[in-house]
Design a protein around this ligand. Structure first.
Ligand code: SF4
Length: 359
């Protein structure tokens, strides 16, 4: 089994002095009240760790992740208390490292000197966009320059880096989203997460949506923009660790979402769209090769195409509810398709072979 077990410990909105337009303050207030009902935070942390360790199976690495807040923006005493609470598991070899998410403008040498000795190895930055105009509209309170500085400082300190970005921010578009991915890819983070912007009840964005000042992306637009960003990150060798929100905590209360491109399998839609594009490229390549286009579209002249894919990626190639197969049939009426599973293929790859014989 690859990849570490990541144990998420949520500290919603804590350590954050800002109110971004998309942040759901009402939900945060409710969650914060819930978190604070635990007398002892170490007790809550312990309960979460025990629960997750049951799912470790044969993974060799376990990582504790402080997500949902601005970890390095917490008060020093709070950062220390949280980090110290994890130490018993680190000493016993049950947890091997710590990661946190934080705002770019809270990454300082002082904060890193404080946290690194306790096992902090990865820092994920809430970047959202590399367009300063978009950041101002989102009322983020930091700039793309802060992100550049933070990534440089994290790298100087030997830490792994992650960037979290959004599609559908006010004032952003297709070109802007791709530019954000390109700017970040140049800075070489270790991983990226991409989320579609949703309009949540209690967020300032909800008022903008209500007055018509903000129009969310459609699901198709969000998938398309995200697909382009993933392609940029992949070309640069940046691992895309997550696409779309998890259908967990933040989405538990379905009523909180007012509008936006929410889909429970958003990541699958994006990866399927990427695989469709790749399949088309491969098919075009073999069609323009020696097999040629002759015979295609003529009565009885259908050619057979075998698409090869890693078994793990079969559902991506087929697409959501086999939508990719339908689209391939529409795009190439002179071809018929079959799929062959090839264990040795990279899961992000698809190959096409064309045969002159009929289907
Ligand atoms: S930085 Fe994060 S926690 Fe703070 S207001 Fe914005 S979205 Fe909410």
């Amino acid at each position: 089994m690859s990849g570490p077990l990541v144990i998420p410990f949520f500290i919603p909105h804590q350590g954050c002095p800002h109110v971004c337009i998309f942040c759901n303050q009402r939900l945060i207030a409710r969650q914060t009240a819930k978190e604070q009902s635990f007398d002892n935070e170490a007790q809550r942390l312990s309960a979460v760790i025990h629960t997750y360790l049951q799912f470790k199976k044969n993974r060799s690495q376990v990582e504790l992740a402080f997500f949902g807040g601005n970890f390095l923006g917490l008060e020093t005493s709070r950062i220390l208390a949280l980090l110290k609470a994890v130490q018993p598991w680190i000493r016993q070899g049950q947890i091997h490292s710590i990661r946190c998410s934080t705002r770019p403008d809270t990454v300082t040498q002082t904060a890193l000197d404080l946290a690194r000795p306790f096992g902090l190895e990865t820092v994920e930055l809430g970047v959202q966009s590399m367009d300063d105009r978009v950041l101002v509209l989102a009322q983020r309170g930091h700039t793309s320059g802060d992100t550049r500085k933070a990534l440089a400082l994290l790298r100087e300190n030997g830490l792994k880096t992650g960037v979290q970005v959004m599609v559908g921010l006010p004032g952003d578009d297709d070109t802007g989203a791709v530019r954000t991915a390109e700017a970040l890819a140049e800075l070489g983070p270790d991983l990226a997460r991409i989320y579609p912007l949703l309009v949540l009840d209690g967020a300032r964005l909800a008022q903008w949506y209500g007055s018509g000042q903000y129009v969310p992306l459609s699901l198709d637009q969000a998938v398309d923009q995200t697909k382009k960003m993933v392609a940029v990150f992949r070309r640069a060798g940046v691992a895309v660790a997550r696409i779309g929100l998890q259908a967990t905590q933040m989405m538990e209360d379905a009523g909180q979402m007012i509008a936006g491109p929410w889909h429970p399998a958003f990541g699958h839609l994006v990866l399927s769209a990427l695989m469709f594009d790749q399949a088309c490229e491969r098919i075009e390549a073999v069609l323009t090769g020696q097999a040629g286009r002759e015979g295609i579209g003529k009565p009885g002249g259908k050619k057979s195409v075998v698409l090869q894919v890693n078994p793990r990626s079969l559902s991506r190639l087929q697409g959501h509810r086999k939508a990719n197969l339908d689209r391939l049939a529409q795009r190439y009426p002179g071809l018929c398709f079959s799929i062959e599973r090839v264990e040795t293929l990279d899961p992000d790859q698809v190959r096409a072979h064309i045969f002159g014989g009929g289907c």
